[in-house]
Design a protein around this ligand. Structure first.
Ligand code: UDX
Length: 458
């Protein structure tokens, strides 16, 4: 990286390794808060784009922060680990840990990054894990880095601290700047303190747009506890959703309405209103991977993860409920046309990792259903290569026997159902997110069926 000039001296900067969701948001926001940040990215296309201020994905508020910080000289991206390690004293490890085998995440990117860091370390560094890694990985990481240290470099140049992230896709910048808590875990209190100081302005909310009345909590703890907090948080959120989905399924037999139940129980501050929307269940890159990893860790220790297993089973089952509902309405399914509104795992993103739409589309395809997908941002659905995808919901609904809402994009919530009804061949709307207005659907002469809510036929 000649154009960056210097290749000298120990810096006080921060290295962020990996430019996925977490790494890019972190690099841009830390630089925006005034830190000197070096982003490390080995993918050449991403690297060129990032140095031009172009993010590899869309996140509200991200690109403007990238551009301002790059222009102000507080942020640049490189593939040169030597340069990055020379300029910094803390490394945030943000490479991806996709699902691997036996329920464990695939740690190959972490291992490769750790080896590159080790080979480039000459001066003391704190290595901070942001990537969600199995509990105990800190020890493994330390030895992986140590094994690569150049000759003559003492192994006490490094220590590993855990600092889990809780960012949601779509609101990642907001979540980073206004977290409810910052968790830092390590076995040496001085190192934990140094990492906590990186978050100084966030903890005090002393930046433009900060809210000093809503200061986040700082939790300093040991490494294993910090690593486990991340898993426990995601597992609990997934549990809340699977719980309300189970109640929804019971509601269908009792003639009760799960939306009103969720509202009523959510008013109890011990329960809280969030993550109680019943529907086709959770997807995305975190809940499935993290509940599976936590269950595997438990099993390895001889503990049967009863709740985690149930949470995962309910979620899988939830996707098949849509297929069963379609079967009830359209028997036989073969040759029927079905429009799937929404393919992303949630609104506001083009991410389809572990999206319910994939399981549902594959199952319907196997049953001979002719499918059309519709999503404002998704252009292709993994593992469903032949799915025709359109942008216009009316085009998707044309000639359909049923329309199924799978992602509650705003574009779909305000649809003119008279027009949708006119395009359709059949009369069935399945609301897989309980997000549509049943009155609007029914007054267009369509049958409305939600999840654990009433169903009506015109
Ligand atoms: C999640 C966690 O929220 C975040 O803290 C963590 O860092 C990463 O994992 P994310 O995967 O971006 O974030 O999405 P989130 O908004 O949590 O939604 C996850 C899934 O749950 C989506 O498929 C969503 O549709 C579903 N969901 C959410 C429900 O089905 N019902 C709800 O009530 C809430």
């Amino acid at each position: 990286m000649e154009e960056m000039g210097v290749t000298v001296a120990t810096g006080n900067g921060i290295a962020v390794v990996g430019s996925g969701y977490v790494g890019t948001v972190m690099a841009a926001c830390l630089a925006d808060l005034g830190h000197d940040v070096v982003g490390v990215e080995i993918d050449q296309d991403k690297l060129t784009a990032l140095n031009a201020g172009v993010a590899p994905f869309f996140e509200v508020g991200l690109e403007e922060r990238l551009k301002t910080s790059i222009d102000a000289g507080r942020l640049f991206f490189t593939d040169d680990y030597d340069l990055a390690m020379d300029r910094t004293h803390i490394v945030f490890l943000c490479v991806d840990t996709p699902p691997g085998t036996n329920g464990h995440p695939d740690m190959s990117s972490v291992a490769a990054a750790a080896q590159s860091i080790g080979a480039a370390l000459r001066v003391p560094h704190i290595i901070v894990t942001k990537s969600t890694v199995p509990v105990g990985s800190g020890n493994w990481l330390e030895s992986t880095i140590e094994a690569e240290l150049p000759e003559g470099v003492d192994s006490n140049v490094l220590c590993v601290v855990s600092n889990p992230e809780f960012l949601r896709e779509g609101t990642a910048v907001e979540d980073f700047l206004h977290p409810e808590r910052v968790v830092v875990g390590g076995d040496c209190p001085e190192d934990v303190e140094i990492v906590a100081q990186v978050y100084d302005r966030i903890l005090s909310q002393s930046f433009e747009g900060g809210d000093p009345t809503q200061k986040p909590a700082l939790i300093k703890t040991d490494r294993a506890t910090a690593e486990t907090i991340k898993y426990a948080a995601n597992a609990f959120l997934a549990t809340k959703i699977s719980f309300i989905n189970e109640i929804a399924n019971i509601c269908e037999w009792l003639g009760a309405d799960v939306s009103e139940i969720a509202y009523a129980i959510g008013l109890d501050s011990r329960i809280g209103p969030k993550f109680l929307n019943a529907g086709v269940g959770w997807g995305g890159s975190c809940f499935g991977k993290d509940t599976s990893a936590l269950a595997s860790m438990a099993r390895e220790q001889g503990i049967e993860p009863l709740i985690l297993d149930a949470v995962r089973r309910v979620n899988t089952n939830q996707r098949h409920i849509i297929v069963r509902k379609l079967q009830q309405h359209l028997r036989p399914l073969r040759g029927r046309r079905v429009a799937l509104l929404g393919l992303a795992f949630k609104p506001g993103t083009d991410d389809t990792r572990d999206a319910p739409s994939i399981t549902i589309a594959r199952s319907l395809e196997e049953k001979g259903v002719i499918l059309v997908g519709c999503d404002p941002m998704v252009d292709e659905l993994p593992r469903v290569p032949n799915l025709k995808i359109v942008r216009d919901p009316e085009e998707a609904a044309r000639g359909a026997d049923a329309v199924v809402l799978l992602t509650e994009w705003d574009e779909f919530l305000g649809l003119d159902f008279e027009r949708i009804a006119n395009c359709m061949r059949g009369k069935v709307i399945i609301d897989g997110r309980n997000a549509l207005d049943p009155e609007a659907v029914m007054s267009a002469g369509l049958a409305y069926e939600g999840i654990g809510r009433f169903s009506t036929r015109p």
